[in-house]
Design a protein around this ligand. Structure first.
Ligand SMILES: *[C@@H]1O[C@H](CO)[C@@H](O)[C@H](O)[C@H]1NC(C)=O
Length: 211
């Protein structure tokens, strides 16, 4: 009897979780590490909204933005909008995100922490890594080595496959929909209301949406 009750409880938890993951709003965030608009988005929108609504959001972070990938035979390198320090910080994002364990929220908090110090990539990496269980020396050697190139190449391919191409950063897709410039503007300035509206269309009404 105890066993059956236990199994029923487990089954209930599993089904509740799968319903929930199907009912999450999916965000794809295309950004680069040193653009001021990206800083504003992470610090003033994505981080606070994710803290409130993490049970209802599934966020994919793509740190590449307006960079360019240069292929010379087997050699791959990058040219970044804000120069070589941005290329380094993009790779620090990529390497840290590739290693961090845990939830989607943790990934958003990690990237946001890097934005808190975005003008100084190495200080950002050094301060944020230990807060998320990461070793800074490992992140730095990834970011300055072949693994960082490989990860950024992948993010570059993901960004460059956008159709139509993005024209500014950050660019955000909500359930794979980027909409028009007005929609992007609304996401950039009123993310919570966009998420809550999207959830309401699926008849999901979290308490946080009424606050
Ligand atoms: C990115 O795309 C290029 C060109 O299609 C391909 O050669 C390369 O292997 C891709 N990189 C990764 C990491 O998938």
């Amino acid at each position: 009897m105890v066993t059956i009750r236990y199994l029923v409880a487990i089954a209930t938890i599993i089904s509740a979780q799968s319903v929930l993951s199907a009912d999450k709003v999916k965000l794809d965030v295309y950004y680069e590490s040193q653009c001021p608009d990206c800083y504003n988005f992470f610090v003033n929108q994505l981080r606070p909204v994710s803290k409130q609504l993490f049970n209802y959001m599934e966020t994919n972070l793509v740190p590449y933005g307006n960079a360019h990938t240069i292929r010379d035979g087997d050699k791959v390198s990058f040219k970044c909008q804000h120069g070589v320090t941005e290329c380094l910080l993009n790779k620090i994002h990529a390497c840290a995100l590739a290693r961090v364990q845990g939830t989607n929220l943790k990934r958003v908090l990690l990237a946001s922490c890097l934005f808190d110090h975005y003008k100084t990539p190495k200080i950002a990496g050094k301060l944020c890594s230990p807060k998320f269980g990461l070793k800074w020396n490992e992140i730095l050697s990834c970011a300055t080595g072949s693994e960082g190139i490989e990860l950024e190449d992948k993010y570059g391919n993901e960004t460059n496959s956008l159709n139509p191409p993005h024209t500014f950063v950050p660019t955000v897709a909500i359930n794979k929909n980027r909409g028009d410039d007005n929609f992007q503007n609304e996401i950039a300035n009123h993310l919570k209301s966009v998420i809550c509206k999207t959830l309401a269309e699926a008849k999901i009404t979290p308490d946080a949406c009424n606050q």
